[in-house]
Design a protein. Structure first.
Length: 127
């Protein structure tokens, strides 16, 4: 999840079973000063809150009752954590999780790559 885009999915093994990927406008920062700067900051905050609300609804629809045994979060850390604050997703908070906050803008290909990365194991050989 990033400002302007989101991807939610459920995987079984190494494939996505169901997913929802979309965009939602969140205004970028501006160089305005004074009252305008504060007004634009409030607008950005409201748009980010609406994004979190929309993603929360998709997450509840797709993830609640899915029998998930793990969770992968990526993108903007504060937005992703905001989604998990919803009481309907309380069962997901304590699941083992992989955090991939370096993911680019959420698209289906990025969601599939995140699944691949989350299922991978890092092996270090020391002699």
């Amino acid at each position: 999840m990033r400002r302007g885009g989101y991807a939610v999915g459920v995987a079984a093994g190494d494939r996505l079973v169901t997913h929802k990927v979309g965009t939602r406008y969140v205004q970028s920062r501006t160089a305005a000063g004074g009252w305008s700067q504060q007004r634009f900051a409030r607008r950005r905050a409201n748009q980010a809150d609406e994004l979190v609300g929309a993603v929360t609804e998709h997450a509840v629809r797709l993830l609640a009752g899915s029998g998930a045994t793990g969770l992968v979060l990526g993108g903007d850390r504060s937005l992703a954590e905001g989604v998990l604050e919803d009481p309907r997703l309380a069962g997901l908070r304590d699941l083992p999780r992989a955090e991939l906050y370096d993911l680019p803008d959420p698209r289906l290909a990025v969601l599939q790559k995140a699944l691949e990365r989350a299922r991978s194991v890092r092996v270090t050989i020391e002699e």
